[in-house]
Design a binder for this molecule. Structure first.
Ligand code: FES
Length: 109
């Protein structure tokens, strides 16, 4: 189990990126519920914490793929044009199980 941050670090409706060991972790707060995901877009490595979070929908800042932060599922892939240029589409994000103890958020291996 690895500590990521305090619940106070990520206000409701926001997301933030953290480095935990060699991992880049994104913590999102949707209506007071916390979710931990890979902070790096599986498409071409966009840093997702600088993207946009609307409710539970996260938009990658690079080519606009959209993910559900509560499940990690890809909701909207990149455009056909981007697929052609970059050689592939996006895929689901890895999601981590979390544990909250004394206001601290931990991810489980
Ligand atoms: S790097 Fe995220 S959509 Fe391309």
């Amino acid at each position: 189990m690895e500590k990521v941050c305090s619940v106070l670090d990520v206000p409701d409706g926001k997301m933030k990126g953290f480095t935990v060991g060699s991992k880049y972790i994104l913590i999102a707060n949707v209506d007071g519920n916390f979710y931990a995901l890979d902070a790096v877009c599986p498409h071409r490595g966009g840093y997702l914490p600088v993207g946009k979070l609307e409710k539970k929908i996260l938009t990658c800042p690079v080519h606009g793929a959209q993910y559900d932060v509560t499940t990690g599922k890809l909701l909207k892939d990149v455009s056909e044009e981007v697929k052609e240029i970059t050689g592939s589409g996006a895929s689901d994000l890895d999601i981590y199980k979390i544990l909250i103890m004394e206001n601290l958020i931990y991810i489980r291996d």
